[in-house]
Design a protein. Sequence first.
Lengths: 317, 343
Amino acid sequence: MRQLSGLLGFIAVIAALFVFNSAYVVDESKQVVITQFGQPVGKPVIQAGLYFKLPFIQKANYLEKRILEWDGYPTEVPTKDKKFIWVDTTGRWRIVDPLLFIQSMGTEMHAQSRLDDIIDGMTRDLITSYNIVDIVRNSDQILTATKMEEDIASEERYEKITIGRDQITRAILEKAKNIVDDYGIELVDVRIKRLNYVDRVRQKVYERMISERKRAVEQLRSEGQGIRAEIEGQKERELKKIQSEAYRKAQEIKGKADAEAIKIYADAYSKDPEFYGFTKTLELYPETLRGSSFLISTETDFLEYLKGSSPKASQAE
Amino acid sequence: MAEIQLPKFNAPQYGSLFFVFLIVLIFSSIGTLFYSVEPDEVGVIQRFGKYVNTTQPGLHLKLPFGIETVKKVKVTHVFKEEFGFRTVQAGVRSNFIRSGSENSGRSSYSNQGRMFEQESLMLTGDLNVADVEWIVQYRVKDPVLYAFRVRNVNETLRNMSEAIMNLVVGDHSINEVLTVGREKISHLVHLKLQEVLDSYETGILITNVVLQDVTPPDPVRPSFNEVNEAKQEKEKVINQAWEDYNRTIPKARGGAEKAIREAEGYSLDRVNRAQGDADRFTQVWEAYKGSKEVTRTRLYLEAMQKIWPNVKEKYIIDQDAKGILPLLDLNRRGEGSEPHAAA
């Protein structure tokens, strides 16, 4: 009896072991390929849930079903116009054909290093075949924007792009996609994460930026001086205009007044010019003759009475 | 006998063993039977790995022993990612490590600063370099997608945020990036980042993209400041010129007005005087017309009356007595004034 129960217990444990080994749980984020002695068996399990397999001889290989990260190494690449830049790419991928994946890649680690090779190669190929503006810019909106700003423009930096960054990364993606298709991998996205000049070029660029700013400074200064001169000129002009106009007006007014005065005098005096001459002369005598010496003949009207009071005497003379 | 006795001995033995086993089972199951969801979370329930339900905050029951598992996802919490700098210690006065920071004495810090510089230094559309620091705020809008569709969502967000900021900055000039284009850039990044994250089904909602310090790279910064100074100076020079203009021109206008008024004054004076003189003459003449002879004599004599007292030397010569004139020593008088002869 004791032996029987012991045996039963043993069988129960063995059975439990078999059950636990044959059952497996697939998470929402996972997919499974069943292998038997290393050989894939049946269809891969993609839906999440509880599944069973043959215990011990079959093995459940878990693979990711989610979108996975891929991050490239920064690489130094020359562009078509011989600018050396650091390019750092990033990408996203997922395993769409687990069977194919497990046969060709085996592990995720291996896949990552394959992706490194492929995408880095593609990136290098495409970047070297375009000018730097095509890699940096995505559109030509800057051309219209900067024209408005009237900033210091420079030749090659404002040339039109041929395809732009989005198109280049699309091209990298498409080309790489075709290759990794054979590994059961879908490449979801490839993007340029970081882009910068290599150190020695960067120094040059900094120097250029500084010299550009200096130019801008000088331009601003001379613009200021120019506008000041303009304002000063305008001021002088205005000043002269005001002053001369005032002078002209004043002279005009004075002239009119003089003319009117002449007319008034003429109108009045022409009534009897002789009488005017007589009275005016008499008016002038006292002032003009003051302090002078006279040598006067008795024949003068004034002295005629010195000789006698008879008007006839004078008449007889 | 012994065979009969054995079950008697063993039955309570097995029974108590089973009982203990049951107790242990119950107690251990309690731990996996209940779970609580905090107010800022939801629970994502999986049964044998398969998603079945999402539960709201509170205490809940689930099937024990790993048949059902729960993933708790913070859905109301707003997360923040920093680019180009890191908050070392948040607080009223937060400490930062910035991309260009050289002041932090420890070498590990400056190494970190160097690392952030790689994040923040980027090329602008006019092939200049800008140092851009920004933050992205986000929360989980779909906990199921968030839990199952993308591995390492945080890393994906960081990578894509960098890639898109690089792309957008690469499409603007350095002046736009530094000044006028800031809002436009963060808006564009916000839109594009959301678009990309949606296409990956990350279940994330970007709530905010904010540009922080956006500066020219350190070696270039002084020259950018110089430009700003020059702008100020230009304004100043222009203002000074206008100031001078405004000081001079109204004053000149006043002067002009004054000259014209003076001329008008002169005009009035001249005309009035002329009119006065004319009126006077006319009056006198009117009166004179009536009695010409006597008035004429009177006027003559009145004038003489005024003249004679003021004449210094008077020599009266009789017309009949000729020969006196040669005897008169004209030089002796020495007054210089010519002798006058009244007509």
